[in-house]
Design a binder for this molecule. Structure first.
Ligand code: AMP
Length: 256
């Protein structure tokens, strides 16, 4: 596996492989089994697997959240390598947002609901960085987790609206044995907070917004809503201590 830090370097590495199927897995690092499941799917379904590791400042509202975001590049590189990633693209902020940067993608309505209400500008940051990554890597396939259902919906809309030639592949949410969805932010939970956080999936598993709200009444809830995504989900965001957690369950069929 090669670690590449510049856009030019990544383009040069991909040049000889342009006739092959290229898969992209965009990430912010602090890898866990959720990320690994995306790497594995990409490895099984493409010739070249590119993972990006970039903690995108444009999608963070509070600098405390950005600065406190867990980072361990050496450990991430080892896991990516073990899962068969070919190229790990780990640029710095200047590389992605050079001085004078001022062009943004705003998926207006999908991006303004739910998470968008509580994190204004979040999906503008997500859509913009993903479009940049899609343009740099030019993958035929890109892999995302159902854990971030609204992110998937925003990207689906962007791909359609901007006529991108790209297949979106969405993988099921990977959970711990107690139901808590794996997240890089879980590392910040104390033992007591983690215990309280388990209520989130228990509540969503009812697949009933009102019952879920009832079960979450002791937590600091940002929203519990049915979202008319593809597929429809019951989605929620809660704060446990200083950590904000999101999760969702699919409301149709049996797969999550
Ligand atoms: P992140 O590094 O948090 O930006 O996540 C990178 C990708 O991994 C996104 O597409 C996420 O939806 C996905 N992901 C994060 N957590 C999980 C999980 N528990 N199960 C499946 N995919 C996940």
């Amino acid at each position: 596996m090669k670690i590449v830090r510049t856009i030019a370097g990544l383009r040069a590495a991909l040049e000889p492989r342009r006739r092959e199927t290229i898969a992209l897995v965009p990430t912010m690092g602090a890898f866990h089994e959720g990320h690994a499941s995306l790497f594995r799917a990409a490895r099984a379904e493409a010739d070249v697997v590119v993972a990006s590791l970039f903690v995108n400042p444009a999608q963070f509202g509070h600098s405390a959240d950005l600065n406190g975001y867990p980072r361990d590049e050496a450990q991430d590189a080892a896991l990516a390598k073990a899962e068969g990633v070919d190229l790990l693209f780990a640029p710095n902020t200047e590389e992605m947002y050079p001085p004078g940067f001022q062009t943004w993608v705003d998926v207006e309505q999908v991006g303004a609901a739910l998470e968008g209400v509580h994190r204004p500008g979040h999906f503008r940051g997500v859509a913009t960085i993903c479009l940049k990554l899609f343009n740099i890597v030019r993958p035929q396939r890109a892999y995302f987790g159902q854990k971030d259902a609204q992110q998937v919906e925003v990207l689906r809309r962007m791909i359609r609206d901007l006529d991108l030639e790209l297949e979106l592949h969405v993988l099921p949410t990977v959970r711990d044995a107690d139901g808590l969805a794996l997240s890089s932010r879980n590392a910040r939970l104390s033992a007591e907070e983690r215990e309280r956080a388990r209520a989130l999936h228990r509540a969503l598993a009812t697949k009933d917004a009102e019952r879920a709200r009832e079960l979450l009444r002791d937590l600091d809830v940002d929203y519990v809503e049915v979202a008319d995504f593809d597929p429809p989900v019951l989605a929620a965001a809660v704060r446990v201590g200083n950590t904000r957690l999101i999760d969702n369950v699919i409301l149709e069929g049996d797969t999550e």
